[in-house]
Design a protein around this ligand. Structure first.
Ligand SMILES: [Zn+2]
Length: 351
C-alpha cells in the first residue's frame, strides 16, 4: 500500500514538474491568505489557492469546482469549512492543470463529515473512491492517468492509485445534475484552453464557473500542446456569452468566476473575447501576407492591448499569446496536432 501511495505522490510530482510553469500564474493574493466572496445565492468563490475555486453549499452538502494547488489544499478545505459543515459530496475539475486539480488527493482523503465523531469517517477515508465524487471531462482523466508513473515490477494498480482522479468522467457535450435545490450543468467546450475544458452553470444561482477559458486581465493561456486552440477558445467564450444574461443595467445579472482573475460579468467576457478575435484577425492577416512567426511577433499585433493584459508577473507574455494564436491558425485542427491520450480500459460513465 505504501508503495502505491508513493507512486501516486511521484506521479503528482511529475505532473507538477511537467507543468511547473503553470504554477507561476498562481501566486496567492495578499500575503498568502485566501479570500472568499459570496458570488450570488448559495455560490461562493475562493481566490488565492492557485486557480479560482467555486463553492456551492446547501442542505445536501458541498459541491466544489476545482481544488487549487496541492500546497493550498489544507487552507482551502479550512476556508470551505467556514462556509458549511456539511459533507463535500462533489468536486468538479474544469481541466487537468495542477493549479486546478492539485488539491484532489487531499479532498478525497478528507473526512466525509467535519464532525470528528462521525461514524462513517474512518471507513470513508479508507476508500479512495468514496464518498467524494470527482467529475470531469474524460480528457482530464486521460491526461491525469497518462501522467501517472508506470507501475514498478510486481506492483499492482488498485484503487489507491486512483485517489484524486476524476472517476465520474463524461464524454458528451454536456452533463447535468441537481444538487442543493438547483440545476447544475457542465458543458464541454472542445479544444479551447485545453481539450478537456468544462464550464459549469449554476442555473438557479445564475453563476458560471468558467475555468481558464476566461482569465480577465491576462492573455489567455492556449495550451496548444494539450489540445487548446484559438478557434476553440473563441468558440468557448461565445458559448459563455450565450449562457450569461446581463441585468438591464449591464452590470450584474449572471456572474462569472474565471479560472484566474477577478469576479466578472458578461461585459467583461465581451471585452476579453473581442480582444482575442481582433488579435486573431491581425495574425491571420499577417499569415496571409506570408510573414513568418518571428516577423509577426516583431510586428507586435497585441501592442495596444499589452498595457491592459501584461504585467511583470503575467503568466502569458504577449509573444507567447501571439505564438499560440499563430500555431492554432497554421497547424490544422488542434485535435490532430495534440491527440488526447487513449481512454483507459473500463466502463464509460456520463451523459
Ligand atoms: Zn489552466
Amino acid at each position: 500500500m505504501r508503495r502505491l501511495i508513493h507512486g501516486v505522490l511521484l506521479a503528482a510530482a511529475v505532473l507538477a514538474i511537467g507543468l511547473g510553469r503553470i504554477l507561476a500564474q498562481s501566486a496567492p493574493a495578499g500575503g498568502g491568505g485566501l479570500e472568499t466572496l459570496r458570488v450570488q445565492r448559495n455560490v461562493y468563490a475562493v481566490f488565492g489557492a492557485g486557480g479560482n475555486v467555486t463553492v456551492q453549499v446547501g442542505d445536501e452538502g458541498v459541491l466544489v469546482v476545482d481544488s487549487g494547488l496541492a500546497a493550498s489544499a489544507g487552507a482551502l478545505l479550512a476556508e470551505i469549512r467556514k462556509l458549511s459543515n456539511r459533507p463535500i459530496r462533489f468536486l468538479i475539475n474544469t481541466h487537468f492543470h495542477p493549479d486546478h486539480v492539485g488539491g484532489n488527493v487531499a479532498f478525497s482523503s478528507a473526512p466525509v463529515d467535519p464532525r470528528p465523531d462521525f461514524a462513517a469517517n474512518a471507513a470513508a477515508a479508507a476508500d479512495p473512491l468514496q464518498p467524494l465524487n470527482i467529475i470531469a471531462h474524460e480528457h482530464v482523466l486521460n491526461r491525469m492517468t497518462a501522467a501517472l508513473a508506470p507501475l514498478a515490477a510486481g506492483q499492482t494498480g488498485g484503487s489507491e492509485r486512483l485517489r484524486g482522479m476524476p472517476i465520474d468522467e463524461y464524454f458528451v457535450p454536456s452533463k447535468d445534475m441537481h444538487f442543493n435545490g438547483e440545476a447544475i450543468i457542465l458543458y464541454h467546450d472542445a479544444n479551447a484552453h485545453t481539450d478537456g475544458d468544462s464550464m459549469i452553470l449554476f442555473r438557479g444561482s445564475d453563476v458560471v464557473s468558467a475555468g481558464d477559458v476566461f482569465t480577465p486581465g491576462s492573455y489567455p493561456f492556449i495550451d496548444v500542446a494539450n489540445g487548446g486552440s484559438v478557434s476553440g477558445e473563441i468558440a468557448a467564450l461565445n458559448h459563455l456569452l450565450q449562457l450569461a444574461v446581463p441585468a438591464h443595467t449591464q452590470e450584474g445579472g449572471t456572474y462569472i468566476v474565471p479560472g484566474h482573475g477577478r469576479l466578472s460579468d458578461e461585459a467583461d467576457v465581451v471585452e476579453f473575447r473581442d480582444m482575442i478575435v481582433i488579435v486573431r484577425d491581425r495574425v491571420q492577416d499577417m499569415i496571409r501576407k506570408k510573414m513568418t512567426l518571428d516577423q509577426i511577433k516583431a510586428a507586435r499585433p497585441t501592442r495596444d492591448y499589452d498595457p491592459q493584459y501584461v504585467t511583470p508577473a503575467s503568466f502569458v507574455k504577449a509573444d507567447q499569446f501571439v505564438e499560440s494564436v499563430y500555431k492554432g491558425l497554421t497547424t490544422g485542427t488542434a485535435a490532430a496536432a495534440a491527440p488526447a491520450p487513449k481512454a483507459p480500459a473500463g466502463k464509460r460513465q456520463g451523459r
